[in-house]
Design a protein around this ligand. Sequence first.
Ligand SMILES: Cc1cc2nc3c(=O)[nH]c(=O)nc-3n(C[C@H](O)[C@H](O)[C@H](O)COP(=O)(O)O)c2cc1C
Length: 477
Amino acid sequence: MPILQHGIPQKLSRNSLARASKASRSTRHLFTQSTPAQRTPIRTGLYTTAFVLSAGVFAVYYFDARSALHRYILTPILRNAFDVETGHKIAVKALKSGLAPRDPVGDDERLKSRIWGEAVSNPIGLAAGFDKDGEAIDGLFDLGFSWVEIGSVTPNPQPGNPRPRMFRLDEDNAVINRYGFPSQGHSSVLSRIRARIPNFFSRPPERAALREGAVLAVNLGKNKESPADSIDDFVSGVRAFGPFADVLVVNVSSPNTPGLRGLQNRDVLEKLLAGVTKARDDLEPSVLTSRKPKIVLKIAPDLEESQIIDMAEVIRNSKIDGVIVSNTTIQRPKTLINSNKTEMGGLSGPPVKPFSLKALQSLRANLPASIPLIGCGGIVTGKDALDYAKAGATMVQVYTGFGYDGVGACRRIKDQLIDELKKEGRTWEQVVNEAVEKLSWTEPEPVKKGEASIKQLIEEAEELKSMLDKLGDRMET
Ligand SMILES: Cc1cc2nc3c(=O)[nH]c(=O)nc-3n(C[C@H](O)[C@H](O)[C@H](O)COP(=O)(O)O)c2cc1C
């Protein structure tokens, strides 16, 4: 076997190279019919400068996530040349490589938000499901997201449902997926997260994101083989990832794991929330951040109003820190055009927005301001993000819009959001604070003893009067 030296097989050395070089010179003469141009130092300098400059310009252009190259050439190629799951895998590998584009612009002051009293540089997060195994965390932060959520991660590795399991609905800018939690499992994902922590001993970071104004969330899923009403997979997720995440998301809302959504029902939910918050409270503060993680519940957009009211009561009585509203929907709005609409699974993208927004509004009205909501579902523009803020969401997340729009999606949404906020003359935080204050649930005033009996007397008198009126009417007829 030829041995490679500087990329050239050794068998080709010396004589063959000399022959090849001679042949190439004669070929050039054949086409140019002229003697090779004399290379003066000035000419060489000019060529080198031109090359360096154009390479530099291309690099600046390439590494800028906003450039048209990504939006109109590379993303469509990725979308059309491969099936949707392969395209997704290639995108994750590219973002993992360190050679991916980035958001070159610092976040505008208007975008600053605050969650659990702490600053984040902008309110746009990446939702779970894109980086299921935590392979491209830093590539994703570099695209400008302030919240990167990896997962869902299951305790044991599992393959998920058979392929195909993800379908594009191009005319609707939507996707249906029935992945069923393919996951490399807790230990692989954990070792990847740990490998990111290069030198925190010299400068302990405040957050597991290892960046200022950013949040690293791990979304916890459940193995298909685990009993439907068991909470053990979530509890073990809290124990495993607690020391290495800012936020842990308890996902009880993916439609593709049998029985999972049943955990949203009152009795099991009470048990689940008590179990995961106890596991968190029992953790030692993280050696990385000196803190314990926040715990957030992720819910479906398909709940009845009465279920949301029930759920809110359970959440109010728990130690949960926030709620993501929402996951994908099992509903199929009549407006869907693409024939893939009949595929089984969860629908995401703009068609899910009305359902998610409605669920978020109902939950906001039933939860106190102290429990922040994170809006998710069909956000593709700055205006969409603002709609969620006005409904009382503190932050938002994006997935399908990112898939369609490519690496510049986050930056574009932020730019549009800045324009919207300028029009309104307000900052994101002002919009959120006003909405949360106005729309959140407040504890009903306790009725004082004396007042209660007077109120009761009035009610009884009114009831008696209406009975007498009815009796009088009957006697007259
Ligand atoms: C292909 C795909 C895979 C997803 N996987 C997960 C997942 O593993 N865990 C989860 O909580 N949500 C998952 N989601 C749901 C998203 O996180 C998000 O809640 C939903 O898609 C709505 O947002 P969107 O309309 O911006 O996509 C997935 C969504 C898609 C499209």
